[in-house]
Design a protein. Structure first.
Length: 275
């Protein structure tokens, strides 16, 4: 297992379970910082390495007029302010090759959205920045298909790779998580993250937006940690019904600590098998 160095900690190979968490999309500095600060207080208490996540642009919203975020320029200003104040690494999505270089000046991890996980030029541009590249496995891909994604990033000159499971398409407006994907993708030699909130999403299930079933997040998180993951990706909000994107599947901030305590208990059981 190739461990991935980030800030003052490493991901993978039996290192502490890492958390990538925050709101789905940046909702201004004040709200985003409030959420990030709340998560950091929890992770500090639990001793969990924390990476703040949020998107500056949600380019794949279901409807044309759905809120997409503050955009690249303003979004990077907000992410930098959060990074500087909380003293934590930052992860955010890129959608176009032109975004890779400017985003890498602020973000420690460049995330490739699931729908774009096979886009060779985007993977190449992200790898060329030297930042860690976190690839969300496409809902249309088998876990074995991600080996080709890893090879593309290798060929682009980088071995700073994370792979994230976020569910497989399962009929219309539904996803299912195949627990075999975790050991399969870990066999490629890189840390694997479980996206526990997008995995309960109902894509397009609300007509002009996606629905979600947050009541199942805790079950999938416990199962995924037991199956062997190196970290968790969770969208978290202080009041999900007010969230401007993905509110239906986001975890309530005041429920996060209990969820993470369960995950840590299970992780301690399986951790010795992950090196």
């Amino acid at each position: 297992m190739n461990k991935v160095k980030l800030a003052n900690f490493e991901i993978g190979g039996g290192e502490p379970l890492v958390l990538l968490a925050g709101p789905c999309v940046l909702e201004g500095l004040e709200r985003s910082l409030l959420i990030g600060r709340g998560i950091k207080e929890i992770t500090d208490r639990l001793g969990i390495p924390y990476v703040f996540k949020a998107s500056f642009d949600k380019a794949n919203r279901s409807a044309y007029h759905s809120f997409r975020g503050p955009g690249l320029e303003e979004g990077l200003k907000i992410l930098k302010a959060i990074r500087d104040e909380l003293h934590v690494p930052v992860v955010t999505d890129i959608h176009e090759t032109s975004q890779a270089e400017p985003v890498a000046k602020v973000a420690d991890i460049l995330q490739i959205p699931a729908f774009l996980s096979r886009q060779t030029d985007l993977l190449h541009a992200a790898a060329q920045t030297g930042a860690i590249v976190n690839v969300k496995k496409g809902q249309f891909l088998s876990p074995n298909d991600m080996r080709n994604v890893v090879d593309k990033i290798h060929e682009s000159g980088s071995d700073r790779i994370l792979l994230t499971e976020r569910g497989e398409s399962f009929g219309y407006n539904n996803l299912v998580v195949d627990m075999r994907s975790f050991p399969i993708m870990r066999s490629f030699g890189y840390p694997v993250i479980f996206d526990g909130t997008h995995s309960v999403q109902l894509p397009g299930g609300a007509g002009t937006s996606s629905g979600g079933q947050r009541e199942y997040v805790e079950y999938l998180v416990r199962a995924a940690v037991g199956a062997g993951v190196d970290g968790l990706f969770l969208e978290v909000h202080d009041n999900p019904p007010e969230a401007l994107s993905d509110g239906a599947n986001m975890v309530y901030l005041d429920k996060l600590e209990e969820l993470l305590q369960d995950a840590l208990s299970i992780y301690e059981v399986v951790r010795k098998k992950l090196n």
